[in-house]
Design a protein around this ligand. Sequence first.
Ligand SMILES: *Cc1c(COP(=O)(O)O)cnc(C)c1O
Length: 397
Amino acid sequence: MTEDRMLHSRWIEVDLDAVAHNVSQVREFLGEGVRLLAVVKSDAYGHGIVPVARTALAKGASMLGVTHPEEGMSLREAGITAPILVFRPLLPGEEEAVLRYGLTPSVSSLEQAVRLADAGRRYGKRVPVHLKVETGMGRTGLKPAALKDAAAELFSLAELEWEGIYTHFASAAGDPSFTRHQFRVFQDVVRHLAERGVVFSLRHVCNSAAALLYPEMHLEMVRVGTLLYGQLPAGVPQNSLELAGTWSFWARVLHLQRVQKGDTVGYGRTHKVRRDTLLAVIPVGYSDGFGIDVSPRPVGMGDLIKVMGKIVLNYLGFPVGTGYVIINGASAPVVGRIGMELSCVDVGKIPGVEVGTPVLLQARRTVIRASVPRVYRGEMLPEGSGFQKAPLGDTQM
Ligand SMILES: *Cc1c(COP(=O)(O)O)cnc(C)c1O
């Protein structure tokens, strides 16, 4: 580990033992009878998809969830044989890869289902699918009315095996009454389909927040991401789960520079030095995802005031949000514009900073580019045996 660190000027440290611990905590919380789908989309929330997937499966996850088929393919190529649910709708033409790699697609439209069934017929394969029902997220899935219209055709597609049915909550922590409404709509759909004789062995609706807040909605499976990565979803009160931190972003001081009152720092000369001080240059910039904060439109007056307050505080020189880093246990403000690959921090008040001193950075985990090296701590599970793509000869037509 120490040797590994020496090689990097910037790196992300991932603690797989902490991931394992968090998976176990969630498993314990769920109790027997509820399956855990570990969500490993977006490179396992910036942790590295393959090592996290292995750890989650070893600790009792029974399925993996990704957004894109490519993510599922990379898991298969790493030897992972567990079922993998692909959340997003497939584009026309992606069916073959999904069949070859044995992924489980979500069905969000009749057209998509027909294409999948065609591919299944072409290759002589039955395709396990999960039906996505749109109940209020406003994104993908079949709305209940559309589902009613499509049902006869949909469920007569002989090549599709309707293994699961699910929906996704828009505001699990923030809006309990809307969440309950979405759940009711979902359960109505499930009931109507059961009356037609269509039953699903896996019903699932909960993400991390809902899994914690609404045990009565666990059904057969929950889809959990955030908790596995050691974070409580926003708006969820502290509870009995003991989650461990899994991820930290580090860089080393590259260069130190004394500056004098009146000097300016960085592009655009936006920062004017107010008193003589010492600046440290660190090798991270916006191209790494450093300093990029996803700032959605404020919701309501309270949120607006919070956002404006942050801007004003930063302007006045009291860094909040991602505007500071930690060196030798003390916080140091980022000064000047963050560059593409280099940034400056004011370390004038922090003793003992040298070239090479590690700097702990704050950043959104999911926006750090994949080329920043991941350094793993904890038990790294071995590779599985090589994956053989299913032979899909046209001969099987
Ligand atoms: C991301 C995602 C989840 C997991 O959400 P968390 O809040 O991180 O637990 C669950 N289901 C779907 C469909 C998702 O896209």
